[in-house]
Design a binder for this molecule. Structure first.
Ligand code: FES
Ligand code: FES
Length: 175
């Protein structure tokens, strides 16, 4: 069965008819040509398909496109400034060698952006700090909070360094 949905993706409005069984990931990649979210496992296990949906990180392979009707989606590409300038996380991943092949990188960056937004918001109740005594973002906390995003190249040291650097710049790092 088809249904019509409207989404805003990286600032652009899309109204499309979709099969109710199609995932948001397949809609983005195959119908809209937005390939920044990557298909790794297609089973919610790797995080490479992560985007921000209304500001919160979601795995698009586990989200039906129809269920995302009316949402605002931000991919890693959409985190760039209005003038096309890179987001601080983009720069930091380059500066700290937070990638090798780059396949997991857009998902890592979206997940990190979502985590930093959660911290900026004072950790909404649904995402309370994992370590109550040290809610600030130290390396252990960052590792835990990004643990849904796998990197087959094993670039974790650079990834954590890159995110820590941005957290520090935003006054969110700890202890
Ligand atoms: Fe979605 Fe792996 S492709 S979690
Ligand atoms: Fe290759 Fe992460 S950089 S999978």
């Amino acid at each position: 069965m088809d249904t019509e949905i409207t989404l805003i993706v990286d600032g652009h409005r899309h109204t499309v008819k979709v099969d109710t069984r199609i995932t948001l990931l397949d809609l983005l990649r195959n119908r809209l040509g937005i390939t920044s979210p990557k298909k790794g496992c297609d089973h919610g296990q790797c995080g490479s398909c992560t985007v921000l949906r209304d500001g919160r990180r979601v795995t698009t392979c586990l989200t039906f496109a129809a269920a995302a009707d009316g949402s605002t989606i931000t991919t890693s590409d959409g985190l760039r400034g209005e003038d096309g300038s890179p987001h601080p996380l983009h720069r930091s991943f380059l500066d700290h060698d937070g990638l090798q092949c780059g396949y997991c990188t857009p998902g890592q960056i979206c997940s990190a952006a979502g985590m930093l937004a959660e911290a900026q918001a004072g950790w909404p109740s649904a995402v309370t700090p994992l370590t109550a005594a040290t809610p600030a973002l130290d390396a252990d906390e960052i590792r835990e909070r990004l643990s849904g995003n796998l990197c087959r190249c094993g670039a974790y040291q650079g990834i954590v360094a890159a995110v820590t650097s941005v957290a520090e710049a935003q006054g969110l790092a700890g202890p």
